[in-house]
Design a protein around this ligand. Structure first.
Ligand code: F6P
Length: 475
């Protein structure tokens, strides 16, 4: 597999020279000179449209970025991902998340598990034994199912249980989730791939005490023996070939399935599967995840952006930035490449963001008039003209500012600030699956171009170890 650092690729040098031409270029003039730009710099797949016309790119930029991808061996890496090769080299594992949503083509163990999840969740919903489900998990064992349950709260049928999520080690968080709960009608779903994560296990112990011997505790884990010993009454598997932050499609999504119903969960998987097919087959200029990745690389490595904002204009997507923080920064927040060399070039930017429109009355001041250039992903869902209009207004103000208006300096908006808009045709399970899978493949593509392993997370280990040591010293 290709191990040439991106900076040694001919396209990298060309992009550096090309970026010089873009330093003085102004979006306001570019649009004035090219009336077709808004449609030319956009692409779509069913349910999702990406408008990147307000990025600071031209046709040549995209050609060179695609060339960089080719020189980095992108197609071979993508094939290796889908073939289940052990591309997570430091852990000797595959990154098999796409197999989780492959439908009839999924491995038998995946299909069996989905069947079991469906049976259990339908029994829970129709049996009405549980009026509350509390998901105990953290990181990938929390953020994905939490996002899905929250985003699709509207598809919840009458009588569906109240599904809550507890992620932190402060017991007061679980206490709050338990307010008013009864032990006979509360189900805990302990989600932990390793079944030894401090936060999750300490919460699970409190849950056990709360249950006073009742068998209302399910486990979702790759460490089935530990879950059995803990006393889980039902165990659903996770596998070592799926990373935590890529596991929402698996039994890690069980609590979400209980919240939205198995039919919606099936739709969610189907949406992701469509993106897998799109990502595998479309050329870079029409490939939404690949384009998102290339634009990100351009902004970070050639235009010098240090952060990336994600602004969902839909209340249901308010948790998207938190989800993407783990997905992007735990995957690509790396400073050595696959050969163990210091990269010497920037990798993942700091990802941050919040739900619009509330964010407009908070940090957008910096986006519009601050000294840092922050590329923005607007995510709109076509569910409310007021929301969509606000997202469009923000994107326009960033791109064009107050060009041509005579204003005092403090009222001027410099403009020329890049953004993309991802438009979903409605906020439903299928589009949510499409959205998350698109970001997953964006992250994978960037990892390939940066020559880093996106599927390990050694940077979280030292803190865990030190916390244990500190605790022991205090005991
Ligand atoms: O510590 C980081 C991490 O390993 C994440 O990658 C993972 O999603 C999270 O912790 C939870 O891990 P587990 O599912 O094993 O409890």
């Amino acid at each position: 597999m290709n191990t040439i650092p991106p900076t040694a690729c001919p396209a990298w040098k060309k992009l550096e020279a090309h970026a010089e031409n873009w330093r003085g270029a102004r979006l306001v003039e570019i649009f004035a000179n090219d009336p077709a730009r808004a449609t030319a710099f956009a692409t779509a797949m069913p349910g999702v449209r990406l408008d990147y016309s307000r990025q600071r790119v031209g046709a040549l930029t995209l050609t060179l970025l695609a060339q960089l991808a080719a020189e980095r061996g992108f197609e071979a890496w993508r094939a290796a991902l889908f073939a289940g090769e052990k591309i997570n080299a430091t852990e000797g594992r595959a990154a098999g998340h796409a197999a989780l949503r492959a439908g009839d083509a999924a491995p038998a163990e995946v299909r069996d598990t989905l069947r079991r999840m469906k049976e259990l969740s339908e029994k829970i919903i129709s049996g009405k034994k549980f009026d509350r489900i509390i998901n105990l998990g953290t990181g990938g064992s929390d953020l994905g199912p939490r996002l899905v349950a929250d985003a699709l709260a509207c598809v919840k049928g009458a009588g569906a249980p109240d599904v809550r999520f507890v992620a932190g080690v402060d017991p007061r968080e679980l206490e709050r989730a338990l307010a008013g709960a009864r032990s006979d009608s509360t189900l805990f779903v302990v989600v932990s791939k390793t079944f030894d994560t401090q936060e999750t296990i300490s919460n699970a112990k409190i849950a056990k005490e709360f249950l006073k011997g009742k068998a209302n505790l399910y486990a979702v884990t790759a460490n089935q023996e530990a879950a059995r010993q803990f006393g889980a009454s039902e165990i659903l598997p996770m596998w070592d070939w799926v990373g935590g932050r890529y596991s929402v499609w698996s039994a890690a999504g069980f609590s979400a399935m209980c919240a939205i119903g198995s039919a919606a969960f099936t739709e969610f998987l189907a949406g992701a599967r469509e993106v897998d097919a799109h990502f595998l087959s479309e050329p870079p200029e029409r490939n939404i995840p690949a384009l998102m990745a290339l634009l990100g690389i351009w902004n970070v490595n050639f235009l010098g952006a240090a952060t990336q904002a994600v602004l969902p204009y839909a209340h249901g997507l308010r948790l998207l930035p938190a989800y993407l923080q783990q997905l992007e920064m735990e995957s690509n927040g790396k400073r050595v490449d696959r050969e163990g060399r210091e990269t010497g070039y920037a990798t993942a930017p700091v990802l941050w963001g919040a739900e619009g429109t509330a964010s407009q009355h908070s940090f957008h001041q910096l986006l519009h008039q601050g000294t840092q250039i922050v590329p923005v992903d607007f995510v709109v869902a076509g569910i409310d003209p007021l929301l969509d209009a606000n997202a469009e207004a923000q994107s326009r103000a960033l791109a064009f500012g107050t060009a041509g208006q005579a204003l005092p300096p403090y009222r001027q908006y410099p403009g020329n600030r890049p953004s993309s808009t991802l438009c979903l045709e409605g906020l439903n399970a299928r589009n949510l699956g499409r959205l998350i899978a698109a970001y997953e493949h964006k992250v994978f593509t960037q990892g390939v171009l940066w020559n880093i392993n996106s599927f390990d997370q050694w940077g979280v280990e030292l803190g865990k170890q030190l916390a244990q040591d500190i605790l022991k010293q205090k005991a």
